[in-house]
Each structure stands twice: as C-alpha cells, then as structure tokens.
Write a protein that binds this ligand. Structure first.
Ligand code: BGC
Length: 357
C-alpha cells in the first residue's frame, strides 16, 4: 500500500518534471560538470609514456561522451627535471585544478607535492613511477598509485631467456654472459627489472655480467651506444642483452645489426613495454621477447580512479595491473582488464610473503 502511494507520488513528480510544470522551466536535466585536471609527465620524449599519455587523453574523451561531463586535461612536459616539474605542479595547484595526475621525475621527492596538494584539497593520482609507501600514507584516500609491479616484469624477462632451448647459453659453456642496460638511477622499474631478471635466470643457469651494469636512462640512442661498445669489447662472448625497456633495446638492436650479429641466432635480446616497433621485430624473428607494460589498462584505470576522486570518493592506495610475457605479437593485444586494489598492509604482506622484503 505504502509502496503504491510512493509510486504514485514519484510518478507524479516525474510527469510534472517532464512537462516542465514544477519549479523552473529552464533545465530539467542537470548539465554535465566541468573538471580541470593537471597532468604532469616526467618527460614527453619517452616512447612508453607517449603511448600512455595519448591513451589517457583518448579515454577521458570517451568517458566524457559517455557521462556528459567535461574533463579538461592540461598536460605538462617535466623534461626529466624535477625542479621544472615541481614548478608545473605548483602552478596546477595555484590554478585550483580539481585533480592532479602525476608521473613524477623523482618519486622519492613526492612528499612536498602531496602535502601542497592536500592543503589545497586537490587529490593526486600517481602513475608509472612507484612512490614509497610513506608517500601514499601522507594523505590516505586522496592519494593513490596506479601501476604494475616491476618485479613481475623482471621475472618474465628472466623466464623468457630461461625457457629458450639453450637457456641463453649460446656457446654451451654453462654460463650466460650478459649485458644489462638500465633505466635511471633510483627508479623502481630499473632496479627491480635488473634484480629479478637475473635472479630468475639464475634459477636455471649460471650467469655473468660482462662489465658493469650500465645506465641508458630509458633512451634509445644511449641503448645503442652501450650495446655497440659492449659488442666491440666482448664480441662473440656476449650472449644475451637485457634491457630495462624496449626503447633502449631498439637501440641495442641497431647496434647488433651494425656489428653483423643475428638476433636469435648468435645473440638474444629481451626488453619491457611491448612497443609496437618491438612487436613488429618479434614478428620478423628479430627480437627474442618482451613484456607488455600495459599502458592501455594503466591509463584507463588512472582515468577511472580520477573520476572516483573527482566525485568525492576515497580510494585505495594501490590499483594494480599485470605485466604480460610477450613471445609472439598476439601476446601483446590490448583489452580492458580488471584492476586489483590493495591496501598498504596487503601490499606489505604480499611483498613479505613473496620476496621476504
Ligand atoms: C617503461 C619505460 C619508460 C619508463 C618511464 C617504464 O615503466 O618501461 O619504457 O621509459 O617507465 O618512467
């Protein structure tokens, strides 16, 4: 009975609204909101972050068409300089942006930025470069990291080589002699890919680094230079090149070709990202393997989490996606997948259990 009365009343209001007879006759349907979002990218000149940035922009447009809101994105290029980027972020805060998405040059220096954002009540979504736990604890519910666990990418790189018939030991002497080309110092992805790729391969076969691990800072030209020097110094002894990313690996492939060596015959190369150029090389058997650093899902989740924050929700400190091992082009296909949320306690327990960290 009550329900019926309620239905009749609700029905009346709906009818009255649709006829425009109640209240104002102007707008029956609420107009969409407009949100101002500041996006700080560590550096535009980066193949992977270009894919990520473009997809973020495309997806916000799609979301806007679907929900009727306007998301105005202002992108800034941090030019790989934290001082420049801090200024850009402070400007965003001074302009009163509704939300920040930050791919920090140096995530270890994030605390001051989070605190400034907090005092202006502007939530922050961190992407790509994993911050310290303590950073995410500063303003819980309003600061979050959307990313992938770099350890997993290192493990997959090690497995790609370990699973080859000769486990990377081309000359059959029982030891894999490798070159490691690294991203920038202090970067979680660089450190963990380096550590976990070699630890994983060591479970199958002994390894030895030819020379010191070298930093190509994610850059193709530097990757080429490092690989060319190693190829001329170590010649046939060099059996595997591990690169912390595909950008530097593309440079290494140029060096390999220049030295007259043949990938997958007398040398192996493994990267991370699954850049389209690398997937093409895989198709032509000119690359050994890579690991999809899923910019598609990371950017979509970052946008969705941003919208939760814009509508006042509190969110989890971590939103994770998975890396995917890529041995063939079809492994790198992009489809929308679910994210996993994690609290700080869950994150710490997982690391403790899996790696004793
Ligand atoms: C990617 C690299 C990229 C770096 C930028 C890494 O996750 O694999 O390609 O240069 O992020 O921070």
């Amino acid at each position: 009975m009550f329900k019926n009365i309620k239905r009749i009343i609700v029905g009346f209001f709906v009818l009255a609204l649709s006829l425009g007879t109640l209240g104002s006759t102007n707008h029956v349907q609420a107009e969409g909101e407009t949100y101002e979002i500041g996006v700080a990218i560590y550096q535009y000149n980066d193949n992977f972050m270009t894919l990520f940035r473009n997809e973020l922009e495309v997806y916000f447009k799609e979301l806007s068409e679907a929900d009727g809101n306007t998301y105005n994105l202002e992108f800034q290029d941090g030019k790989n300089d934290q001082a420049t980027q801090t200024e850009q972020l402070n400007n965003f805060i001074a302009q009163g942006k509704d939300l920040l998405i930050a791919n920090l040059v140096d995530p270890t220096g994030a605390d001051q930025i989070i605190l400034s954002a907090q005092s202006a009540d502007i939530p922050v979504v961190l992407i790509n470069r994993e911050p310290d736990v303590a950073t995410l604890e500063l303003w819980p519910g309003k600061t979050t990291y959307v990313g992938v666990d770099a350890r997993q990418s290192g493990v997959y790189q090690g497995e790609i080589i370990a699973e080859l018939d000769n486990s990377g030991d081309i000359n059959g002497d029982g030891v894999v002699n490798y070159l490691m080309i690294m991203g920038d110092a202090g970067n979680v992805d660089a450190e963990q890919r380096t550590q976990f790729s070699i630890e994983t391969l060591n479970e199958t076969i002994e390894t030895e680094s030819l020379g010191e691990h070298q930093r190509g800072n994610w850059d193709q030209a530097k990757g080429q230079e490092i690989a060319a020097n190693a190829l001329s110094q170590y010649g046939e002894d060099l059996e595997v090149i591990f690169s912390n990313n595909d950008g530097m690996a593309l440079g290494a492939v140029q060096a390999i070709n220049g030295a007259g060596r043949v990938v997958n015959e007398d040398i192996y190369i493994v990267g991370v990202d699954a850049l389209p150029e690398v997937v093409e090389l895989l198709e032509q058997d000119q690359f050994t393997g890579t690991v999809l650093n899923d910019h598609f899902n990371q950017s979509h989740t970052a946008a969705e989490v941003a919208i939760m924050l814009l509508t006042g929700e509190e969110v989890a400190p971590y939103f994770w996606h998975d890396y995917i091992k890529v041995m063939a082009p079809e492994d790198a296909e992009l489809t929308r997948l679910d994210y996993r949320m994690e609290t700080i306690e869950e994150y710490q327990t997982r690391l403790q259990e899996a790696y004793g960290e």
